[in-house]
Design a protein around this ligand. Sequence first.
Ligand code: MN
Length: 349
Amino acid sequence: MSEEVTMTLIVPTRQRTAQLGGLLDSVAATTAHAESLEIILVVDADDPASMSFRHEALPIKHVVVQPGQTMGVLNSEGYEASTGEYIMLLNDDVLVRTRGWDERVRACFDDFPDGIVLVHVNDTLIREHLCTFPIVSRTFCELAGGICPRSYIRYRIDDHIEDVFNLLGVLGVQRTVYLRDVVFEHLNSVAHPEADRVYMSDPNILAVDAPMFDALFDERKELALRLIDYIDQRARLVASASRRQRLACIIDPFSLRVPGRQRVKCSAWAWWITILQRGRACIRQRGYRGLVQAAGRRVARLLPSPVRSSPTLSSSGNVHLAKQARPLQVVRAKGASPLLRGCRRGDRA
Ligand SMILES: [Mn+2]
């Protein structure tokens, strides 16, 4: 495994280092490749305990901001300082429960080499209903102009990211992966008399974040279009490279002159004239027996034959024909069209 950072966890945290320690212990205990992990703690300048927090098993980077910033700003500042190829927005009130979670996430991104994927884990509260802890690629962030808008106070950051991918889905590009059995237990819940643990949101903050989310809808639609353009452009480059490779294998242009290479178009009238002319020429040159033989050969040619004249790749990588193709010679008998060549006496083509 390389020492390169592939995964960044962005964790805004304030004055609860015990809980933060619990999260990082669980990360250290479950990560398959801790050496390619980067933890970014976004901490307030008036919080010395968080600013000096370290973990013995994990590389920690601190990003210090002025107190009182929005979650949008905290996550964005964390993103600006990140170096990982894949970036996860996380909270400090989480315990990672699934061993090898990072390999599972990595495998999802490997399925889409263009990097336009949203992976999310099971937070045990909101689960498949929303990507509470979203993971996206740096490529996505660069196309989006950041990991999230800075203006969201606390809520709707996950909704905002997920919504972009929901819009991709509308356009037939399904790029959201929910890892149901990769558990990041979210401890942010309150006892609710009528239900299991539920996540309670602050209505005053939601009153700001919800209209913001609505106001940015058109912006997300534009982003979805940009993402699809990027996906298409990448696919074209990959297809073009593979076509170039196929053409590079061909060294003999005459090897391409195989039967069936043209789309033959002919009016019914011209077709009948040709058949009659050929038949007459055959009878003239080789008699009725020759005509039957020629017709038999023509029928045999229509039958599928794996050996005859199909281009094959030799061990040297060069395309050649099972039977050596001759350069075409247009033979023009008196008044006969080049099409009549097939009926020349002694022709064993
Ligand atoms: Mn939380």
